[in-house]
Design a protein around this ligand. Structure first.
Ligand SMILES: Cc1cc2nc3c(=O)[nH]c(=O)nc-3n(C[C@H](O)[C@H](O)[C@H](O)COP(=O)(O)OP(=O)(O)OC[C@H]3O[C@@H](n4cnc5c(N)ncnc54)[C@H](O)[C@@H]3O)c2cc1C
Length: 411
């Protein structure tokens, strides 16, 4: 049995960054990354953006070049699945029959795309999007002269719709909600996005779902619940993920009621030698005083690195404010905080002019901010305001008044 001081299961962003975290603290302990995909660690945001559009090459998708892991003396075991973790024996079993010993283990197994259980969901050209290969297959099937149906009005759906439209594809979007990005978009922002998509030539049908897909081997038609039958060449389902926490569950680690891996402030699971990071990890967030789990690039990046550092002996709590970004056509925005629940917003700037920030409040306290086209001098104070969970009554008026400097509100 090969033994390593550190084993990382999962070659996504969290797994990749964990290698660096370990090496920042321990220069010599043996490190192995076990990943079922045929790639060294890579990140997913380009898969719905420039890589999908063919504007960026594969090298830009990888977290680091191959030489980086050689220099770090980390073994990347690609194309192999971890099938079992045996905490008592500190052992990982792989699907090629190998067994690996560890002293510290990181689970960074992320999620897999959910496929709606519709009739015809297994037809050719019915896609989900999670991997490099998914992105390549969608790109090959789309383009001038094709019609894509996108199911889902959240980030993946919105980004894929924009990218495919930019490739000259005719695009129709359907989703059960009443507006694009409904979970985070106030009505006015939803209207702005709707107008943008319409102007770009995307057909957007809120409140609409598909009842089934038809075709002769390959998808050709989609039956909608509004009675319409669409002729389509491809379908992309952007309807969320299922967490890859079966390994953790079978190893007896504590999961929450939604199947997320419970970790403490040091990203350690219920087993002191096993850590968790990225999409699967539910951590106690100090800003919001509750356990959060977030499917975002920045969280995977930071948690992966911090978990690596902690595995190697550092004992530092994970306290970063959740952050993410998205690009939709020429609209780029950033979000800080926790928008799982909010009751009201204050807007600073002008959505019509493309420079605005929505400040979200829940229970009378600031919980997050969504910013598009704001001056870069506002980025830091925005985050500080959210971190401070400032009460609505203290800032609502000033926030809405652009003549009041954001720094002045903070201090
Ligand atoms: C198309 C797309 C676009 C996105 N765009 C954005 C964006 O613009 N902004 C943003 O903030 N976030 C974005 N995200 C979300 C972000 O990419 C995720 O939050 C991030 O990938 C999570 O990283 P992770 O390392 O936790 O998991 P993952 O990236 O899912 O990596 C987990 C890896 O572990 C492997 N694995 C699982 N089980 C095993 C096993 N038993 N054995 C071996 N290997 C295993 C998986 O195959 C996978 O390779 C996007 C996601 C997608 C899919």
């Amino acid at each position: 049995m090969d033994s390593y001081k550190y084993i990382i299961i999962g070659g996504g962003l969290a797994g990749g960054k964990a290698v660096d975290g370990i090496r920042q603290v321990d220069e010599t302990g043996e490190v192995a990354v076990v990943t079922v995909e045929p790639h060294r660690p890579y990140e997913r945001p380009p898969l719905s953006k420039d890589y999908l559009r063919g504007e960026a090459g594969l090298e830009s998708v990888y977290v680091e070049d191959a030489a980086h892991y050689d220099a770090a003396d980390a073994e990347i075991l690609t194309g192999v699945r971890a099938t079992r973790v045996v905490p008592d024996k500190r052992r990982v079993e792989l699907d090629d029959g190998r067994e690996l010993g560890y002293e510290k283990l990181l689970l960074a197994t992320g999620g897999r795309a959910w496929r709606l259980p519709l009739p015809g969901n297994d037809l050719e050209n019915v896609f989900t999007l999670r991997t490099i290969e998914d992105s390549e297959r969608i790109r090959e099937a789309a383009g001038e002269g094709t019609h894509a149906l996108i199911m889902g009005g959240s980030f993946i759906g919105c980004e894929v719709a924009a990218s495919l439209r930019q490739l000259g594809t005719q695009v129709t979007m359907i989703f059960p909600g009443s507006r694009l990005l409904e979970r985070i978009a106030p009505v006015a922002l939803g209207d702005l996005l709707f107008a943008k998509y319409r102007d770009e030539g995307v057909n957007v049908f809120p409140g609409t779902v598909s009842e089934g897909l038809e075709g002769d081997g390959k998808v050709q038609r989609a039956q909608l619940d509004n009675g319409k039958m669409l002729e389509v060449d491809l379908v992309v389902m952007g309807v969320g993920i299922r967490l890859n926490t079966e390994l953790a569950d079978e190893a007896g680690l504590t999961l929450n009621e939604r199947g997320a891996l419970i970790v403490d402030e040091h990203l350690r699971t219920s087993d002191p030698d096993i850590y968790g990071a990225g999409d699967i990890a539910a951590w106690p967030d100090p800003t919001f005083g509750e356990r959060l789990r977030v499917e975002h690039w920045d969280v995977a990046r930071r948690q992966g690195r911090q978990a690596g550092r902690n595995m190697a002996g550092e004992e530092v709590a994970y306290t970063a404010l959740p952050y993410f970004f998205s690009d939709l056509f020429d609209l780029s925005f950033e979000v800080w905080g926790n928008l799982n629940a909010w009751e009201e917003t204050v807007v600073r700037g002008s959505p019509g002019k493309g420079s605005f920030a929505y400040y979200y409040f829940d229970g009378g306290r600031l919980v997050g901010v969504l910013s598009m086209g704001r001056p870069s001098s506002e980025r830091k104070p925005m985050q500080e305001l959210v971190k401070a969970r400032v009460p609505y009554d203290d800032i609502a008026v000033d926030l809405g008044d652009e003549s009041v400097d954001l720094d002045r509100i903070t201090h």
